[in-house]
Write a new protein. Structure first.
Length: 80
């Protein structure tokens, strides 16, 4: 199972803070993103930060996922 967490405005747009996807050999974070982008297109318009198992990744980071991996999607944020 791949555990997926959404934070802030991304969670508001998905209507949930977490979901999961079935694990399959060779799956990477971009595959997870593509599956969930189809399910939550409005939320993924604002995703700008992705982390896998606590490590930030970029579009060019090819990160195969292990069973039980955690993928986090969030938007940029600011504070004062």
């Amino acid at each position: 199972m791949i555990n997926v967490l959404f934070f802030g405005p991304v969670a508001e747009r998905t209507g949930t803070r977490q979901t999961s996807l079935d694990f399959r050999a060779g799956i990477c974070w971009q595959d997870v993103r593509d599956i969930l982008r189809a399910r939550y297109p409005d939320a993924f318009e604002i995703v700008s930060i992705v982390a896998v198992n606590g490590q930030r990744v970029t579009e060019t980071t090819h990160t195969p996922l292990a069973d039980g991996a955690e993928v986090v999607f969030m938007s940029a944020f600011s504070g004062g």
